[in-house]
Design a protein around this ligand. Structure first.
Ligand SMILES: Nc1nc2c(ncn2[C@@H]2O[C@H](COP(=O)(O)OP(=O)(O)OP(=O)(O)O)[C@@H](O)[C@H]2O)c(=O)[nH]1
Ligand SMILES: [Mg+2]
Length: 299
């Protein structure tokens, strides 16, 4: 890098489920690397997305939405959040500005306060807000609670004001060389990216209960044929009845999930893909160390 003032470092998105953290990550990176859905607790592990510009390199750390942990799965999700808070240079508190402040928001704010770190407040989903002045009470509330380095209203979905956000975050990073090479977009292994794309389609095609009891693991990734990558993914559920829901009548739902996920995966790999999905019933996987390790949700 020829720029002597080049800055580089880590910035973590912290916020409640559904705030739009993964939507913003995908938007900034310019590729779909994290699953997005309208269901809470979509993100289950830390996902890094890398954005390199002339002036700096930001390694974004997407984290699971902050929630009360019930299962071992949820405890591991929350330790991913705490871990990210401790390890990054800048915290980005993501807040859905279109909903009123609840206890969950206060809890997230406490995490930021305890960290005493440089933090930027991002008020997301402004496309849902009619008049900009409606944001003022929210801005006032947060400014009283913590000395945010910046407060930036954006729409992650529409891409509104995200360039400004990049500039502002870069400003608060230490001077230094890039951490990753310029063309790298994520630290996620392809196997994990693929599983994430499949899970996104499961979330999109099933009702309220299924998302929580489902996990996806890439069990085989075969590149021996140069013309087509063959990928085999296991979908974990906890009960036979859930297996039935995912497969659907005559297999129609599983087929739809597979077809749509394959389109996303081919986009990322830039290659023809054969994707085979199968459903495994694993009772209580959300409480089992070994299953969680296999799924890639590590302590
Ligand atoms: N209208 C609107 N919707 C948005 C915006 N950003 C995200 N969303 C929607 O909000 C929902 C949640 O988005 P995600 O990116 O999955 O949220 P998240 O914070 O990563 O959620 P978890 O992973 O569960 O913590 C999705 O339906 C998105 O399409 C936005 O700027 N405007
Ligand atoms: Mg997410």
């Amino acid at each position: 890098m020829s720029n002597p003032n080049f800055r580089s470092g880590y910035a973590a998105f912290i916020g409640r489920p559904n705030a739009g953290k993964s939507t913003l990550l995908n938007r900034l990176v310019g590729e779909k690397i994290a699953a997005v859905s309208n269901k809470p607790q979509t993100t289950r592990h830390k996902i890094q997305g890398i954005v390199t510009s002339e002036n700096g390199q930001i390694v974004f750390v997407d984290t699971p939405g902050v929630h009360k942990p019930g299962y071992l799965l949820n405890r591991r999700m929350m330790s991913a959040v705490h871990d990210a808070i401790l390890s990054v240079d800048v915290l980005v508190l993501m807040r859905d500005a279109s909903v009123s402040t609840g206890n969950g928001d206060k809890f997230v704010l406490e995490l930021i306060k305890e960290s005493e770190k440089t933090a930027i407040l991002v008020l997301n989903k402004i496309d849902k807000i009619r008049e900009k002045h409606e944001l003022l009470p929210l801005i006032e509330y947060y400014s009283k609670e913590y000395e945010f380095a910046e407060i930036i209203p954006i729409s992650a979905l529409k891409g509104e004001a995200v360039d400004n956000l990049l500039r502002q975050i870069t400003k608060h990073l230490p001077e230094g060389e890039p951490i990753f090479s310029e063309d790298e977009l994520t630290d996620q292994p392809l196997r994990v990216l693929v599983a994430e794309m499949v899970r996104e389609q499961i979330l999109a095609t099933t009702g309220d209960e299924i998302p929580y009891v489902t996990a996806v693991v890439t069990e085989k990734y075969d590149e021996s044929d140069p013309s087509v990558t063959k990928i085999y993914c296991a979908i974990y559920v906890e009960r036979d009845s859930q297996k039935g829901i995912i497969i659907g009548k005559g297999g129609i739902k599983l087929k739809k999930i597979g077809t749509e996920a394959r389109v996303d995966i081919e986009k990322i790999l830039n290659k023809k893909v054969f994707l085979q999905l199968f459903v495994k019933v694993v009772a209580d996987w959300r409480n089992k160390e070994q299953n969680l390790d296999d799924i890639g949700i590590r302590e």
